[in-house]
Design a protein around this ligand. Structure first.
Ligand SMILES: [Zn+2]
Length: 286
């Protein structure tokens, strides 16, 4: 709210504001995250593939259900914008908003990335995060947000009046065109709100505006996920670099990010099954 208030504060404003906040979802009723099993499985895992995403660009990768993948900082402090799809049905994709409501504005080990309706199932579980020490800083900032949408050329044009082709939205679009051989117009429609990997963000205390600050990520840091279903992923190396100054331009130092795919030891997931889609009937009272 940036306008001056136009309405008089009521006499009982203080008591209305004093209502107790209630966490919206009973998250202790979520299905178990199987974290102990995953921690065991990751002990004997082996790297089977890796890709490097160049600066200000994007790339896709595939991860089979029951495997792990890591996003790794290399060379310099760099933020990554992550999209995930069901590898067999791109209409089921990462649901940033519901993930935020079920977990928090920023995610770390044990949190899951949920898929869009009507699937609504865990697509991936975070199994390790070398930045979990960061917590919440004095500005209220945290790392790995599921708040921001992705930098995009439309908002940039609206604000600056220039064409810029290396926003995360465009990087993810080009990645999907190349990775799935899709026409650009079709690929773009599959790009969705991201998980902002390594990005440090929050809301300003006075105006509650979305802010970013230089990411604490350093080369060697990584965040690791367990693939709950067969995944197609796309990662963009944000033109904002560490997102400590500007974005949507070529003036900020940017670095590559690596995606590593790991297979757990045979037999280590015998007690695990890939989660199914939501059990809701889907009839909506009709
Ligand atoms: Zn970006």
């Amino acid at each position: 709210m940036s306008e001056e208030n136009s309405n008089r504060t009521p006499a009982d404003a203080a008591s209305r504001r004093a209502a107790a906040p209630i966490v919206c979802y009973q998250v202790d009723q979520l299905p178990s995250s199987n974290l102990a099993l995953y921690q065991q499985a990751r002990e004997g895992m082996n790297k089977v593939d890796e890709i490097t995403v160049p600066p200000r660009d994007g790339a896709t990768f595939e991860v089979a259900a029951g495997s792990f993948f890591r996003i790794v900082s290399v060379e310099g402090s760099q933020v990554g914008d992550l999209n995930l799809w069901n590898a067999h049905d791109l209409s089921e994709r990462f649901f940033s908003g519901k993930t935020r409501q079920l977990h928090a504005t920023h995610v770390s080990t044990g949190d899951r990335l949920w898929s869009t309706l009507p699937g609504l199932r865990p697509m991936a579980t975070i199994t390790h995060d070398t930045l979990d020490w960061y917590g919440w800083d004095e500005d209220g900032g945290g790392v790995h947000d599921v708040i921001g949408t992705r930098c995009d050329p439309y908002t940039n044009y609206m604000l600056k009046g220039v064409d810029y082709h290396h926003c995360c939205h465009s990087n993810l679009t080009r990645a999907l065109v190349a990775g799935r051989n899709l026409p650009p117009g079709e690929a773009e429609l599959h790009v969705h709100d991201v998980m902002n990997v390594f990005m440090c963000t929050g809301f300003t205390r006075d105006t509650h505006q979305y802010f970013m600050k230089a990411s604490p990520v350093r080369p060697g840091d990584f965040i690791e996920f367990f693939a709950e279903i067969d995944l197609l992923g796309a990662l963009s190396t944000c033109p904002g670099g560490d997102c400590g100054s500007s974005h949507s331009d070529d003036s900020t130092p940017c670095f590559p990010l690596k995606v590593e795919i790991y297979k757990p030891a045979d037999g280590s997931l015998n007690d695990w099954t890939s989660p199914g889609r939501s059990g809701y009937s889907g009839t909506h009272g009709l």
